[in-house]
Design a protein. Structure first.
Length: 307
């Protein structure tokens, strides 16, 4: 082998090693959450609410609910009973790097309309166990567990709404594609994404300023090696094609975190009853803040058809 070929081979090997190392580091950074980061997410969720909403929450007769997942995690949630007798429950799902407190404003809205409210901390978030997030994909099984717990606790005639934001939106949409009890009447997704693989590419370019290829394909392989599931196979839109429950898609037209094109992909994938609310001049999960009254009306009009 010539000296030039030896140098080229060594350079190629070094470059490949560096790329794999970068992919491992990025995958770890994107999926691993420390206890300190979980607490930071909790504080962030609280700080983003108004003082009035946080005070309302603290004054409620909150019950802590728990479930243990098949992989041994203890998940925790706040359950707020309705002020009057009710057979309606909303199960809410917060976004990535947040905690259950993020959904307090919507919890208050539903509670004011006579709902019991369940607010889980996602796995590896808030006070729930775990240190590896799954961007909503493994969480779909967790939400089946919460659904069954609600039925056990509230009764067989309970009517359940699932609603999520950002990662939580994709969680409830992925859940919609599972075999759901008849008690689940509707799903609402605010700012959800259609593909975890595509979101990984977007996040890498936006937050890390790194090229998506070949880092994301390598991370895809790493995910399969570590969790048994590939990012490229975790398709929320494909999951939605099996959904039988009515779905409302909400998205801000100026969303820079989850581009609005995801909303179209998700909407087109739904085979059953569906509605969309695309809000002009609105960023990520800001549709409610943009126009609370209209948001509430859209939500009310949709749910009244199925509850």
């Amino acid at each position: 082998m010539s000296k030039w070929l030896k140098i080229s081979a060594a350079t190629l090997a070094a470059s490949l090693t560096a790329t794999v190392a970068a992919s491992v580091a990025v995958y770890h950074s994107m999926t691993h959450v420390s206890d300190a980061e979980k607490e930071k997410g909790h504080q962030k969720a609280v700080s983003e609410n108004t003082a009035a909403d946080n005070v309302w929450y603290l004054k409620q007769p909150i019950q802590e609910w728990r479930q243990t997942t098949p992989d041994g995690l203890t998940l925790r949630a706040s359950y707020i009973p309705a002020a009057t007798k009710s057979s309606r429950v909303v199960i809410l799902a917060h976004g990535i790097n947040h905690a259950r407190e993020q959904v307090i404003p919507i919890a208050r809205l539903f509670h004011d309309h006579g709902f019991h409210v369940l607010m889980p901390d996602a796995r590896a978030q808030g006070e729930s166990d775990g240190h590896r997030i799954g961007f909503g994909w493994p969480d779909r099984k967790d939400y089946l567990g919460w659904i069954n717990k609600v039925i056990d606790e509230v009764g067989d005639d309970v009517k359940i709404v699932l609603m999520g934001f950002s990662m939580g939106a994709s969680t409830v949409l992925a859940t919609a594609g599972e075999r759901l009890p008849r008690n689940v009447k509707a799903v609402v997704a605010d700012s959800g994404f259609a593909s975890i693989y595509q979101m990984a590419k977007t996040t890498l370019r936006r937050d890390y300023h790194l090229p998506a290829n070949p880092i994301v394909p390598i991370a895809d392989w790493l995910a399969h090696f570590r969790t048994g599931s590939r990012l490229s196979q975790e398709r929320v839109d494909e999951q939605l094609k099996r959904a039988m429950v009515p779905v409302l898609i909400i998205h801000g037209e100026d969303d820079q975190v989850v581009p609005v094109k995801h909303a179209k992909v998700l909407y087109d994938a739904i085979q059953g009853p569906k509605t969309s609310y695309i809000v002009p001049n609105t960023k990520h999960i800001q549709a409610y803040a943009h126009d609370p009254k209209h948001y509430e009306q859209v939500l009310s009009d949709f749910l009244e058809q199925y509850l």
